[in-house]
Design a protein around this ligand. Structure first.
Ligand code: WTA
Length: 698
């Protein structure tokens, strides 16, 4: 299934420096380990499990499962019989067994430059134990669900790990979601307590989170769920002595003056603080509760398949799905993917720009890095605030070695050219990563050439909320890279490509991406709705986990994600991926971002309707339109020639930055009933797009 040898044309390879210390240093080694992971999983994962603490060991086989709906209920069980606690493995094991207590766990960088904090593993353990005791004193028990609605602050990590320590199940709701979405998620998971904050700044904009939380709790009450406890962190209004980490011994600081300002509580006080409504019957102050709490807390020893957390992800139809992950498999999988995909080394400073409210933040800010004793940057702000150099300033400030971000951020920054990047040295960078959507080769090249100065391999990691961790990904020192390809499967993962009839395709081919067997980190169920889980992921092609993504395998065996299957277009009987056309459009220097949808066509079935956001300073003209058509035709072929090209100064995006193609499809067809657009970040964009619609083909 894997190629006999790595291809030798058109690829990028890790440097000799990187290979010297790498965990997996060659393609041969990758193949050998991959075969071991598939043929003898008990041995492969058993060796990895030895690094972790188990209160009791597992008995029997490593993975027990049924992936075939025709043979009965779908289930996956990993390390049955074992008991452990992830919080213990992330913190106590690092502090006590590995003697990493003084190591920095997080450099927290606030929205405003100069607003920063440092927390060590020892301090984090103390705070987590204290908050775990607070939760217990509020009656939270093993198995209870706790909803967390917080900005990107250290206390978010504290709250999630405190749940884990006592065996409670966290359900984190991204702080960009509305009160309605929060309510829907609290109701679905029947949470007994909410942890939130007064508010936060996104750039210059104040978000009064507590108001939204109150509104959500009121909506819950109206629908019959009474939540009578809400713990509120005073993030913007707290006193200096309440700031996490402020009493820690000085560790590496690059802004000593600003740090002093910070400790005097000055930096934040330059901005208005939100007026927080306070209901004494429900609201509890985080700091007041913490003050009397002991910093020792015996962990709750959990079974391998006990629930760990619920995270909601949007469903193609209506209601979001509560993806449920469990203890041992998720821990091993996130720890191992983090270690190998970012080739983690002890002196690394790792930075993942995702929000903890999404799966990337769960797996690759909290669980994977902490399991490895890594030092990370936790960033509250925006890549363009106060200016377009912010990310590179942070890279230099903390000497970041591994940077993990999203193609949408790369394309956003590309708009401003290389000058804001080149102002900073970035010489500490060693490995770059991307996640979340297919990365078009042009963005890949910019990331590689401009950000990484042609020194740093890019790991294009394909995975989903459902997969728990990376499933298709390069290993930076082992895998020759092709720009835009997520390359090969991670250990334990067996991909296949199916055609519409469910037949496995061999060799170069394109179709549905599926997985033939589970890996430790795969989701176990949709919370409270196992039949829905089976229907969405297992019914279409019995015997396989269906990702919902299209994929192409090239002659060298590389996997290329072509976008969601629902983003596939059929033009005159030819299957086209929207991502492919978009990539061709953005290769034009005038185009910063593009989104392509299908519009019904009487002869061809579907025609291509393209929305393009132009680079700063460029105007939309007929000449440009013609150039773009030509560009796509040249890159893909006449079949892909766009029928419509619309100037789109803004595109409708979710708050996590994903383009809502569903909305664009409606705009293309001039249909004003847009369905649920509650996840849209900026709804004014839609109006503008309707006004600028193209009615005739170009
Ligand atoms: C897409 C994010 C191409 C894909 C971790 C998947 C990608 C969905 C990549 C999951 C990638 C994620 N290349 N597409 N490297 N990574 N995707 O659940 O369509 O927010 O199914 O998880 O994002 O999104 P989710």
């Amino acid at each position: 299934m894997l190629p006999d040898k790595a291809p030798d044309e058109d690829v990028f390879c890790g440097s000799a420096d990187l290979k010297r210390d790498a965990h997996v240093a060659s393609f041969e080694k990758y193949k050998e380990l991959y075969m071991k992971s598939i043929e003898t999983p008990d041995e492969f994962w058993g060796d990895i499990a030895k690094d972790f603490f188990w209160k009791t060991k597992h008995s029997g086989q490593f993975l027990d499962y049924n992936f075939d709906v025709t043979k009965g209920e779908i289930f996956v069980k990993c390390m049955e019989g074992a008991t452990t606690n992830i919080c213990y493995n992330l913190l106590d094991r690092n502090v006590h067994d590995r003697k990493l207590g003084d190591r920095v766990a997080f450099f927290w960088e606030g929205n405003d430059p100069g607003d920063d904090l440092t927390v060590t593993y020892r301090e984090l353990l103390q705070r987590v134990c204290q908050f775990a005791n607070v939760l217990k004193s509020q009656g939270v028990k093993k198995g209870d669900r706790v909803s967390i609605y917080m900005p990107m602050v250290l206390e978010l990590v504290v709250a999630m790990l405190a749940c884990v320590r006592i065996g409670a199940v966290h359900s984190i709701v991204f702080a960009g979601f509305s009160a309605e979405s929060l309510c829907e998620r609290i109701l679905d998971s029947e949470c007994s307590l909410l942890v939130t904050a007064d508010g936060f700044y996104r750039g210059d904009k104040l978000i009064n989170l507590k108001l939204l939380a109150d509104e959500a709790l009121q909506k819950c009450r109206d629908k019959g769920l009474l939540i009578n406890r809400c713990i509120v962190l005073k993030h913007l209004s707290k006193e200096p002595e309440e700031i996490l980490g402020s009493q820690s011994p000085p560790t590496k600081r690059s802004c000593p003056d600003l740090q002093q300002d910070k400790q005097a509580g000055r930096v934040k006080k330059t901005r208005p603080v939100p007026q927080v409504p306070w209901n004494p019957d429900v609201d509890l102050c985080w700091h007041a509760l913490l003050r009397g709490a002991s910093d020792e807390c015996e962990p709750e020893w959990c079974e391998s398949e006990d629930p760990l957390f619920i995270l909601y992800t949007s469903g193609s139809t209506g209601k979001p799905k509560g993806v449920l992950h469990t203890v041992s498999g998720y821990m091993l999988y996130t720890a191992t993917t983090f270690k190998l995909v970012f080739d983690h080394q002890p002196d690394d400073v790792y930075w993942c720009t995702a929000d903890i409210g999404w799966i990337t933040g769960h797996s690759y800010i909290t669980y994977g890095p902490l399991a490895n004793g890594a030092t990370s940057v936790l960033f509250e702000g925006l890549p363009t605030f106060p200016n377009e150099s912010r990310m590179w300033e942070i890279v230099d400030k903390y000497r970041v070695t591994k940077l993990y971000t999203a193609p949408t951020a790369i394309r956003l920054l590309m708009k401003f050219g290389s000058e804001p990047v080149k102002k900073y040295k970035r010489e500490s960078l060693k490995i770059l990563g991307t996640v979340g959507e297919p990365i078009n080769p042009e963005a890949w090249q910019w990331y590689y050439n401009v950000v990484g100065d042609k020194r740093c391999p890019i790991v294009d990691t394909f995975w989903q909320t459902e997969t728990g961790g990376h499933v298709l990904t390069p290993l930076p020192a082992a895998t020759p890279l092709k720009p835009g390809s997520a390359t090969f499967p991670f250990f334990g993962v067996v991909p296949a490509i199916l055609n519409e009839s469910g037949e496995e395709l061999e060799g170069p081919s394109e179709g549905y991406l599926v997985f033939k067997q589970p890996w430790p980190g795969v989701m176990r169920t949709v919370y409270g709705n196992h039949p829905r889980f089976e229907t969405i992921y297992f019914k279409k092609f019995p015997g396989y986990y269906v990702t919902g993504d299209g994929c192409r395998r090239d002659k060298d065996g590389y996997y290329w994600i072509t976008g969601r299957i629902d983003d596939m277009l059929n033009v005159s009987g030819h299957l086209l991926s929207t991502a492919e056309v978009e990539s061709a459009l953005v290769e034009h220097k005038a185009v910063a971002e593009a989104a392509v949808v299908g519009r019904p066509h009487p002869v061809k079935g579907e025609s291509l309707y393209c929305f393009v956001s132009l680079t700063n300073g460029v105007t939309f003209t007929c000449t440009l339109e013609a150039e773009l058509k030509k560009q796509v035709r040249e890159k893909i072929g006449a079949i892909a020639t766009p029928d419509y090209i619309q100037n789109a100064p803004g595109l409708p995006k979710t708050r996590s930055g994903k383009i809502m193609r569903r909305v664009l499809r409606k705009i293309a067809c001039d249909e004003h009933d847009l369905g649920d657009i509650s996840t849209l970040a900026d709804s004014s964009v839609v109006q503008q797009l309707f006004q600028n619609r193209c009615s005739t083909a170009v």
